[in-house]
Each structure stands twice: as structure tokens, then as C-alpha cells.
Design a protein around this ligand. Structure first.
Ligand code: DOR
Ligand code: ZN
Length: 432
């Protein structure tokens, strides 16, 4: 069975015409069979074959759809911050986008080498498209000294949507990131003129560990790195009020306040995992470690409140960041873990579960945060990026079917552990 065939089986009962067994089954058996296949495919990153028969790994039978405690139907979601990597990792994770209920993704450019020219970005998008043909991929560039106002003009003409800035040395593949924002002001002006979005990884570098003097103005660690960055957000916004800016992966109450304090050209993305995590989670678990790190319970509450508030300044950007399991476990050379939480296969399911904890897993709230607000901010309709109504499918979220997040996606050295692996998750299927 080919990859395409496997994708075809994705949780939808309408897609079972090539599955004789499903045709002949009752609804409950049909759902069981689709779920088993989905799990098998996820475990091997969309590349499994029917020969994969690791029976001990097959999860217990799910309850049938009709037994769901809650059912919510939505249009396909959009995820405005994803890491899809390249090479074999790209092949493993890209086919999982749909499992998370998403049909449009905003793709981060922190590859090795970083994506700094429009042609490279477009060729990357076409590779991704071949791995997930029903997904719309939005290209970005990596803010780099080689980018000039001329590059921005070319980027705008070729359909590049945004430019992502990484503070130098702070996270995965950020060695050629930004040291001084001022030096990019001419580029920001060009971005404003061409209506290209600036995506900010909003953290300041930590005070070097060897500086034992402890000066107050240099008192930066991963715990206050985001708060220390917020004046930079405000000053860039002040200087370029028409430049659309996204403060990526907000993790603090202070970040939420800062985004709110800015004009309508500034928005913030919120990840699914930051709706679950606090410091205690990542302190002893590398699979919960990412940058910016999750903060205090009050910060998490502020994120959840912002995400469920109906304020269109806040929308989903999962920052799903896959790393091989061995690298997360510190076995990739320097005995350190790498930053990133992989949520792609359960993106909307996780958001629904988090919203449910505060009684906000309703259609309107989920649709705003997961489907509408980001698309509006990025002007996907206005710019013809997505044709309204072209993808007529819907996603159906179901609570309480006993589904468990797969333990791994992919295999061998390429295996990636998803967030909350092995724990119960909401279920999601696509409907034509
Ligand atoms: O945790 C993170 N992982 N934060 C980032 O900013 C980058 C990402 C990655 O690419 O792994
Ligand atoms: Zn990211």
C-alpha cells in the first residue's frame, strides 16, 4: 500500500472505498479499522505497510463515534507556526498535519542552512506539497544579514508571506540569527511597504553562565527571557506601526498584555502545549522542553484565557517542533536535550482538550482560535492564498472515545515522540 493510499484512509468513513473490510462492516467496526490503520501509519510516519504487524503496539479498541461525550464540527484549522524540517524527518512529520485537523500551515525557515531566499522557500513548499497534497503551505524566510530591501521586494512578488526572526544562538538552528534589530530597520521598512509579516521569536539571550557578578540589568535566564524581550516588540511596533508583527508562541501573562497593548497590526500565536505545561513539567522531562519554556501556572491561565477570549489578536501556532527521540534524550553528541515539542498529529485535539478544562470547548471559541483569526490576520482570502469554500471538508472533534496518542511517529533513529504520548486524546476525523 502506498503513502497516498494510507493518507486516503485518514479517519474518514467516506474514504474507505478501497477498504473492502470497512465496506462490509458496521459503523463501529469501520471506525475501529480506520483507527488501527491510522495508528499504524502514524507510528511509521505515513510510510507503514500492511506488513507492519506489531500487535502489542496496537491500542485497545476505541469506542464508536456514537459514544462520544462531545462532538464538535468545524472547518479545517490553520496552524500559523510549524516546523516540518527537511529530509527524512520532513517525510515523517508532514503527513501528520491532517491528523491534527489542519489544512493550512505557516512553515518556519530554520533549516540547515536557513531558508533565506525566495526561490529556496518555494522549492521547499513544493516538496512539502508532494507529501501532503491537501495542505496549503505558506512560505517564510529567515531574517538574516543577507536579506536586503531588494530581497523583500522579490519575496513579495514571489508570494513569500513572512520573515521569521530568531535571536542568535537561542534555539534550534539559530546560529545565524539576529544580534541587533536596529540593523534590520531598512528591511522592516521594506516589509511594511510590501505587507510582509514579521514573526518574532520573542526572547532575549540569557546572561552568560560565567558572569558570576550578577548585575541586575543583565539578569536574564530562560524564565524571564520573554518578558525582557517585550520592550523590543513595543519599540519595533512603535517605529513601524503598519508592519504586521506576530509575537510567536506567547508564554507569559506579560506577553499577552503586550500584544493587547499594541495596535491591530500586532498579534500573538499560542501553542497547544503551552496550554498544558508549566515549569515543573519540563524541569524533569525533555519531551516537554521547548523555547520559550513554559512558565508559571498563572501564565498558563493567562494564555488559556487569551486563547478562549474570542480576541482575534490570538490564534493557533503550534510551534510543533519534531526532533528525533534520541536527540530529545540528550544522546545526539553533547549530552544536552534539544528544544521542541511535537504536537502536529494532535494539534486541534489538544486545543479542544485544553479549552474543555475551562468549559470553553464550544464551536464558536474553537473556530475563532483554530480556524478564523489567524486566516484573517494573514489575509489569506484577500491575498488569494486560499480560495474560500474550495476545501469543503469539515473536521469532527470527539471527546471520550478512549483514543490514546501514539507513542512514536516514524521508526529507528528517525522516531519522534509526540506530546502526551500514550495518554488519552480527543479524536478527530475528516468529513467530506
Ligand atoms: O522549542 C523550540 N523548537 N523553539 C524554537 O524556537 C525552535 C524549535 C525548533 O525548531 O526546534
Ligand atoms: Zn518555532
Amino acid at each position: 500500500m502506498t503513502l497516498k493510499d494510507h493518507l486516503h484512509l485518514r479517519g474518514s468513513h467516506h474514504h474507505d472505498d478501497d477498504s473492502k473490510e470497512s465496506k462490509e462492516s458496521k459503523e463501529s467496526q469501520d471506525s475501529e479499522s480506520a483507527a488501527k490503520k491510522l495508528f499504524r501509519r502514524l507510528k511509521s510516519g505515513g510510510r507503514s505497510s500492511d506488513e507492519d504487524s506489531e500487535t502489542e503496539e496496537v491500542p485497545p479498541r476505541h469506542r464508536s463515534d456514537s459514544e462520544a461525550e462531545v462532538v464538535i464540527e468545524l472547518p479545517p484549522a490553520a496552524d500559523f507556526h510549524v516546523h516540518l524540517r527537511d529530509g527524512s524527518m520532513m517525510e515523517t512529520v508532514t503527513p501528520t498535519i491532517e491528523n491534527g485537523g489542519v489544512n493550512l500551515v505557516y512553515v518556519m525557515p530554520n533549516l540547515v542552512p536557513p531558508v533565506t531566499d525566495p526561490a529556496a522557500a518555494l522549492s521547499y513548499m513544493s516538496k512539502l506539497k508532494s507529501l501532503s497534497p491537501t495542505t496549503t503551505f505558506l512560505p517564510t524566510l529567515y531574517l538574516h544579514p543577507s536579506i536586503t530591501p531588494t530581497t523583500i521586494a522579490e519575496a513579495a512578488a514571489s508570494g513569500i508571506v513572512g520573515v521569521k526572526s530568531y535571536p542568535r544562538g537561542l534555539t534550534t538552528n539559530s546560529d545565524s540569527g539576529v544580534l541587533s534589530y536596529e540593523s534590520f530597520y531598512p528591511v522592516f521598512q521594506a516589509m511594511s511597504d510590501h505587507d510582509i509579516v514579521l514573526n518574532l521569536h520573542g526572547e532575549c539571550p540569557s546572561t552568560p553562565a560565567e558572569e558570576v557578578g550578577g548585575k541586575e540589568d543583565e539578569d536574564i535566564t530562560i524564565l524571564n527571557a520573554e518578558a525582557k524581550f517585550l520592550p523590543t516588540l513595543l519599540s519595533i511596533h512603535h517605529k513601524f506601526p503598519n508592519l504586521r508583527i506576530v509575537l510567536e508562541h506567547c508564554t507569559t501573562a506579560a506577553a499577552v498584555e503586550a500584544v493587547r497593548a499594541c495596535g491591530p497590526t500586532v498579534a500573538g500565536t499560542i501553542t497547544a502545549h503551552h496550554l498544558f505545561l508549566t515549569i515543573d513539567n519540563w524541569a524533569d522531562d525533555p519531551f516537554c522542553f521547548c523555547k520559550p519554556v513554559a512558565k508559571l501556572p498563572t501564565d498558563r491561565a493567562a494564555l488559556l484565557a487569551a486563547a478562549t477570549s474570542g480576541d482575534s489578536k490570538f490564534f493557533l501556532g503550534t510551534d510543533s517542533a519534531p526532533h528525533p527521540k534520541f536527540a530529545k534524550q540528550g544522546r545526539s553528541g553533547n549530552n544536552k536535550t534539544v528544544a521542541g515539542v511535537f504536537t502536529q498529529p494532535y494539534a486541534v485535539q489538544l486545543v479542544a482538550e485544553a479549552f474543555d478544562k475551562v468549559g470553553k470547548a464550544d464551536k464558536e471559541t474553537l473556530e475563532g482560535f483554530c480556524c478564523t483569526f489567524g486566516r484573517d490576520f494573514y489575509k489569506v482570502k484577500e491575498k488569494g492564498i486560499e480560495v474560500e469554500g474550495k476545501d469543503k471538508r469539515r473536521i469532527v472533534l470527539m471527546k471520550g472515545l478512549g483514543e490514546k496518542a501514539v507513542k512514536e511517529v516514524g521508526s529507528g533513529d528517525g522516531a519522534v515522540v509526540p506530546f502526551r504520548a500514550g495518554e488519552e486524546v480527543w479524536s478527530l476525523k475528516w468529513k467530506e
